[in-house]
Write a protein of this length. Structure first.
Length: 269
């Protein structure tokens, strides 16, 4: 006799991407409508399917597979502890790691999306066109549209693949997300000659110059911030190019390190 938990297990095992609850429910109903022995599930609701997922999680606890909730959906994958054996069998090649400039740019997009290239460059102090192009090519960032400001610049946001790659259910899983969303960003503007400038959190004028890796031309350095006492929130006008951005970069790098293991991949068809 067919059980809903086994139907859900089969769908998740064969899926090549995380499935959202509504999509999983649709597949359950569609398959049940074609099988006379499974007509009881033709009207299955999302609550029933979610209950089956939770039962499947419990059933898999002593096994080498796990149900993961990523990018707003669910998928089955091997447990990280078995990575050496998966690696030995498939000789999985690691994808190229993101460079430090790419991680810095990605951290800014992730926490302040949607955001324009000029705003990103105002934070970093260097041109970000090449890095943004790389992130878009990797499918981690995409063009979200155009800003409703003079010039209508393109604005960027992260993709569902970003969530999947870093092992996040949604953007609220980002570390310190509410605190870093409140950080005041430098203000981007253009000089009469068309050269990009920005005003940092301390009111100093700096010029964006060169691509990543080249020296920018900042104004006088801002004084070092006094260390905050334990359990005190960071000031809202803190400079994102300082400690906050560094912490965000390290958190993203740590997520990429932990979720880029061959033993934590979904089973291939």
């Amino acid at each position: 006799m067919l059980e809903l938990i086994r139907i859900v297990e089969t769908i998740l095992f064969t899926a090549n991407k995380p499935l959202k609850l509504e999509e999983l429910t649709r597949l359950v109903r569609q398959g049940a409508a074609e099988d006379a022995t499974a007509r009881d599930f033709a009207a299955a609701g999302e609550a029933q399917v979610l209950e089956a997922i939770e039962r499947l999680r419990v059933a898999l606890e002593p096994r080498g597979l796990v149900v993961q909730e990523l990018a707003g959906g669910f998928r089955m994958a091997t447990r990280e502890m078995y990575a050496p054996w998966v690696r030995a069998m498939f000789e999985v090649a690691r994808a190229p790691r993101l460079s430090q400039p790419a991680l810095e740019t990605l951290a800014i997009v992730a926490y302040r999306q949607p955001i324009s290239r000029a705003e990103i460059e105002a934070v970093r102090g260097v041109a970000a066109g090449g890095v943004l192009e790389t992130l878009v090519d990797r499918g981690i960032v995409r063009v979200a549209g155009r800003a409703d400001v003079p010039g209508r610049p393109l604005i960027y946001e992260t993709t569902e693949f970003f969530l999947e790659h870093f092992g996040l259910r949604d953007l609220n899983d980002l570390p310190n997300v509410e605190e870093l969303k409140r950080v005041k960003l430098p203000e981007a503007k253009k000089t009469p000659e068309g050269q990009a400038e920005f005003i940092d959190a301390n009111g100093k004028v700096a010029t964006v110059s060169g691509e990543d890796g080249e020296a920018a031309q900042p104004g006088p350095p801002a004084p070092a911030a006094e260390p905050a006492a334990d359990d005190e929130p960071a000031p809202h006008d803190a400079d994102l190019t300082g400690t906050d951005e560094t912490e965000a970069n390290e958190e993203l790098e740590d997520h990429e390190e932990r979720h880029d293991e061959p033993g934590s991949v979904a089973p291939e068809n």
